[in-house]
Design a protein around this ligand. Structure first.
Ligand code: ADP
Ligand code: MG
Length: 253
C-alpha cells in the first residue's frame, strides 16, 4: 500500500522542506517510486528540484481548486523514480478559497485517488501553519513526520501541533500514524543542541528517529543548485544522514 507521509510543523525554518526534498531523493535512490508533493505556496521544494515555476502551466493549486487531475501536473526529476507535484505562490489563495468548498479538508485526499496507487511513497511538504493546506495534508496522510530544530524553544508550539493531531485522529483521519520525530540542525559543539535532544527524547521517547541531522553547509547550498544533496554532493555528511533516515523510515513503515 502507498505510504503518504506528511512533513509538518507549524514552525518555519525547522527543515521541513530540506527533509521532504532529501528524504524523497533517498527513498527513490533505494528503488521506491516517489512523488514529492509541494503544498507550501513558497514552492521551495519545487525550486529545490530546479523547476522553473514561471514556465509551468499548472500547479497543485489547480488540482485543489480547479479540479485539474493530479497526473497532469506531475514533473519528472533528474532523480530516477522521483516525480514532483509543484507549487507556486498562487497556492496561498487556496487557503482562503477552500473555506467555502464542501469537505474542504478532504480535497487533497480526493485528488490523490487514482494517482497514489502508482507510487510507493507520496511525501508532502507543508507550509509553516496549521491552516487548511496542512489539514488537507493530514487528511490525506497515512503517516506524519515532525522535524524539530535543535534550538532554544524547540518544544514550544508542539503542544498545539499534538492537540491538532489528536483532533485530526478523532475525525478527519482516524488512522493517521505518527511515524517519528526528526531532530535537525544538530550542532555537537553546543550544550544547547545536546540539551534539546534530551528534552525531545524525554517527551517523544521511541518516536524520535535514531538518525539526527547535523548542521551541514552542503545541505543548505544544494537548493540553490536545484538539486537534492545526493546529486549535489553525494559523499557529504548531509547525504549520508538522509540516506540513513530513508533506511530508518523503511524499517518503520
Ligand atoms: P522549513 O521548510 O521548515 O521552513 P527549511 O528546510 O527551508 O525549513 O530550512 C530552513 C533553512 O535552514 C534553509 O535555509 C535550509 O537550507 C537550512 N537547513 C536545513 N537543514 C539544514 C542543515 N541540516 N544544516 C544546515 N542548514 C540547514
Ligand atoms: Mg519549507
Amino acid at each position: 500500500m502507498t505510504k503518504i507521509m506528511t512533513i509538518a510543523n507549524q514552525k518555519g525554518g525547522v527543515a521541513k522542506t530540506t527533509t521532504a526534498v532529501n528524504l524523497s531523493a533517498c527513498l527513490a535512490e533505494l528503488g521506491n517510486k516517489v512523488l514529492l508533493l509541494d503544498l507550501d505556496p513558497q514552492g521551495n521544494a519545487t525550486s529545490g528540484y530546479g523547476i522553473n515555476k514561471e514556465k509551468l502551466k499548472y500547479c497543485i493549486y489547480d488540482v485543489l481548486i480547479n479540479d485539474v487531475p493530479l497526473e497532469k501536473i506531475l514533473l519528472k526529476t533528474e532523480v530516477k523514480n522521483l516525480w514532483v507535484a509543484p507549487a507556486r505562490i498562487e497556492l496561498a489563495g487556496a487557503e482562503i478559497e477552500l473555506v467555502n468548498i464542501d469537505e474542504r479538508d478532504k480535497k487533497l485526499d480526493r485528488a490523490l485517488k487514482g494517482t497514489r496507487e502508482n507510487f510507493d511513497f507520496v511525501i508532502i511538504d507543508c507550509p509553516p501553519s496549521l491552516g487548511l493546506l496542512t489539514l488537507n495534508a493530514l487528511g490525506a496522510a497515512t503517516d506524519i513526520l515532525i522535524p524539530i530544530q535543535c534550538e532554544y524553544y524547540a518544544l514550544e508550539g508542539l503542544t498545539l501541533l499534538m492537540s491538532t493531531l489528536e483532533r485530526v485522529k478523532k475525525g478527519l483521519n482516524p488512522n493517521l500514524n505518527t511515524l517519528g520525530v526528526l531532530l535537525t540542525m544538530f550542532d555537537a559543539r553546543t550544550n544547547l543542541s545536546i540539551q534539546v535532544v534530551d528534552e525531545v527524547k524525554k517527551y517523544f521517547r521511541n518516536k524520535v528517529f535514531r538518525t539526527i541531522v547535523p548542521r551541514n553547509v552542503r545541505l543548505s547550498e544544494a537548493p540553490s543548485h536545484g538539486k537534492p544533496i545526493v546529486l549535489y554532493d553525494p559523499k557529504s555528511r548531509g547525504a549520508e544522514v538522509y540516506r540513513d533516515l530513508a533506511e530508518e523510515v523503511l524499517e518503520r513503515v
